[in-house]
Structure formats: structure tokens, C-alpha cells
Ligand binder design. Structure first.
Ligand code: GLU
Length: 362
């Protein structure tokens, strides 16, 4: 296997999709898994910290059980995921053990990212595992995450982990080579995407992947968001031999989302909290102008709040709307909805969201 001399990242999240690690007959593809785990082991030897997010539980479950037709689709998926996850993780465990590495299994739900305390607990756990030189292998807890409590897909989940763990690179391994330039018919891949890019439809041919949940469009949106927070994202073909080593060596392969200036700490949590908010406030024009002003960072004051939705507590994420109902951003509330209701519209009150805990959508 090829070696790497000068790795370009020290800490990465690698996400592998179901289509990468499953063969046509629906079984786990041991050859690919062997190749990916060997590459990760090599990176590990070079001192690179790797968090692996792997889909494939539902796929692996399909090769083990045939859910009864009397089950609802949700229950059938729960059966497949909970049986398949054991097969998936034991395969990783065995393959990493052969290379002298210890594997940890972490199963998460979307709610774990909603609550600041859970979020910090997860962060502590990942940090401790990496410090102990253990490879965390993460998946969604599909047995209990159903419908609205689910992540859109594992791309979203891995993006949240990449941001939480402050990694330098987030690598999405898919079964395609990257984003294609649809204006050309030679099948060429777009090698770099600027953080200012918005309209990804132009690079994506319609249709979704065969087995996994995620599509290319969600991958692009997450990649774009993370690149704006300062994380470089790569979408590359996980079935290409030596792909991780090539990427870490700095070779141009797949599509790279160039990182912008870095955002840290709570701001990162808030910036990736879309869909995790507990409530919302609408602000008037004056407050909107103050918030989006370029000259200085302003906090959100109750005087500008015109309405409140939902019930939130101190420390919860809230969504901020303009009067026209466009989303201005997200923030961490400094006090709950009840108190906000009692002080909204009033001057000289403590900020509802301090600017250090405010993320404005670009
Ligand atoms: N968590 C799901 C699984 O392990 C995959 C979700 C996705 O495809 O992104 O099967």
C-alpha cells in the first residue's frame, strides 16, 4: 500500500455511505471494508485522529433478517437497523483488531445535538476516545430515531460531529467520484467549490442513491455550510483504491469545498443547529438592521422582539425571523420564553441573544 509523507490534516471525520461498503447482493463488501480500515490504520500510525461515521446498518440487517410483512415500515427499519448494526460494528471491530486497533461504537440521535449538555457530553467522549487512540465508529441510533427525530441522513450527522470536534477535514466517501460538471459531457468532476457557491442543482443529475438515505444535494448543502465554518470538505469515491491516503497526501481527487475563515466554540454549535431549535422569535426592522450590520457585532435585544413561538429555556437554540418571515439566523437564548414574553418590546433589558452566541445565516 502507498505511504503518506506529509498529511495535510491532523484530525478528520470520514463518512462512508451504504453504497460504498455494500456489494450488489446487499452483503457487506469485506474487500472494501478491509481497504478502508487499512487506510485508516495507516493514517492512525501517522498520528492522524480519525472519527469514522459508517452507514450500512439497515443494509447489513437486510442480509440477516426478512422483516415480517405485518410490520409497519418504521418497525421493519428498526428491526433491520438493530440487527444489522451488530454485524456492521463487529466487522469493523474485527478488521481494526487485525491491525492492532481498538474500536468504539457510538450511536447518536438528533436530540443529542439539541441539548447543550448532551452535546458537551458527546464531545468529552469523542475527545477521550481519540486521546486513548481508539477509533470511534459512529452511526445514528436507528433503533430509536424515527421520523421527525431522524437526521436527514448520515451526511448531516457526520457534519455535526465534524463541527463539534473541530476537525480540519471532513471526507464524505460516496460511490461516485464527486460533483460532475453537467455542462460538459466528458464526465469530468469539479475539483474545487468556493464557499460562495449556492446553486448546486447545476452539478447534480436527478435521482438518489440506491441504498443509503442521503442524496448529493444534501451532501452539497452540508459541505457548503461546513466550509463556511472553516472545515475543508471532500466528496470522493470510497471505492477508489487508496482514496483516503491520496486525499490526505493533498492529491486532487474528487470535489473539494474550500474552507473559509474558522468559526469556533458555541458559534459552531449554533451555526449547525438548523432544525434543532426549541423556539423562534420574530424581530422588527430596527433589530434586523442592527443584527445584520457589517460595522459591528450586535446582540439581539428584547426591545426588537415582536413575537415569540414555542417554549424555550436558557441555553436553548432559537431561530430568529425577520418580519417578512425570512430566517435571519440562530442564537442561544440567555433566558427562557416566559421571561422573553414579559420583557419583549422593552428597552434596557439584558440581551436575549449575546452576539458571541449568535449565528447569522449568510
Ligand atoms: N443510519 C443508516 C444505516 O446505518 C444510514 C443512513 C444514511 O444512509 O445516511 O443504515
Amino acid at each position: 500500500m502507498k505511504q503518506i509523507q506529509q498529511p495535510i490534516y491532523r484530525k478528520i471525520v470520514v463518512k462512508v455511505g451504504t453504497n460504498v461498503i455494500t456489494s450488489r447482493n446487499g452483503e457487506l463488501d469485506i474487500e472494501i471494508l478491509e481497504s478502508l480500515t487499512s487506510q485508516i490504520a495507516l493514517l492512525h500510525k501517522k498520528g492522524i485522529q480519525v472519527i469514522l461515521v459508517s452507514s450500512g446498518a439497515v443494509g447489513a440487517g437486510r442480509s440477516l433478517v426478512k422483516p415480517s410483512r405485518s410490520l409497519t415500515p418504521v418497525a421493519a427499519r428498526q428491526v433491520l437497523a438493530s440487527t444489522g448494526q451488530i454485524k456492521l460494528i463487529s466487522t469493523y471491530n474485527e478488521l481494526f483488531a487485525q491491525k492492532g486497533l481498538i474500536t468504539a461504537q457510538i450511536l447518536v440521535t438528533k436530540s443529542d445535538f439539541r441539548d447543550r449538555l448532551h452535546y458537551l457530553n458527546m464531545q468529552t467522549c469523542f475527545t477521550a476516545l481519540l486521546q486513548q487512540k481508539i477509533i470511534p465508529v459512529v452511526n445514528e441510533n436507528d433503533a430509536v430515531s424515527v421520523t421527525e427525530l431522524m437526521f436527514t441522513d448520515n451526511d448531516e450527522l457526520s457534519g455535526l460531529i465534524a463541527s463539534m470536534m473541530d476537525v480540519e477535514g471532513y471526507i464524505i466517501l460516496s460511490h461516485v467520484d464527486g460533483l460532475f460538471d453537467l455542462s460538459r459531457d466528458d464526465g469530468s468532476v469539479i475539483s474545487e467549490i468556493d464557499p460562495s457557491t449556492r446553486h448546486f442543482h447545476q452539478y447534480i443529475s436527478p435521482g438518489k442513491s440506491e441504498f443509503g438515505r442521503g442524496g448529493m444535494l444534501t451532501k452539497c448543502h452540508i459541505a457548503n455550510k461546513l466550509s463556511r465554518l472553516g472545515i475543508t470538505v471532500h466528496i470522493a469515491n470510497g471505492r477508489k483504491p487508496g482514496i483516503l491516503l491520496s486525499l490526505l497526501e493533498g492529491e486532487k481527487t474528487g470535489t473539494k469545498f474550500i474552507a473559509q475563515k474558522t468559526t469556533h466554540g458555541p458559534k459552531r454549535w449554533i451555526a449547525t443547529s438548523e432544525g434543532l431549535e426549541k423556539g423562534a422569535v420574530t424581530v422588527n426592522k430596527g433589530a434586523e438592521t442592527a443584527l445584520v450590520a457589517d460595522v459591528r457585532a450586535n446582540s439581539l435585544l428584547p426591545v426588537g422582539v415582536v413575537s415569540i413561538e414555542g417554549s424555550f429555556m436558557k441555553g436553548d437554540i432559537i431561530k430568529i425571523y425577520s418580519e417578512e418571515k425570512s430566517v435571519l439566523g440562530y442564537g442561544m437564548a440567555q433566558y427562557g420564553s416566559e421571561k422573553t414574553r414579559s420583557v419583549m418590546g422593552q428597552k434596557d433589558q439584558k440581551p436575549l441573544v449575546h452576539y458571541d452566541y449568535l449565528y447569522l445565516t449568510p
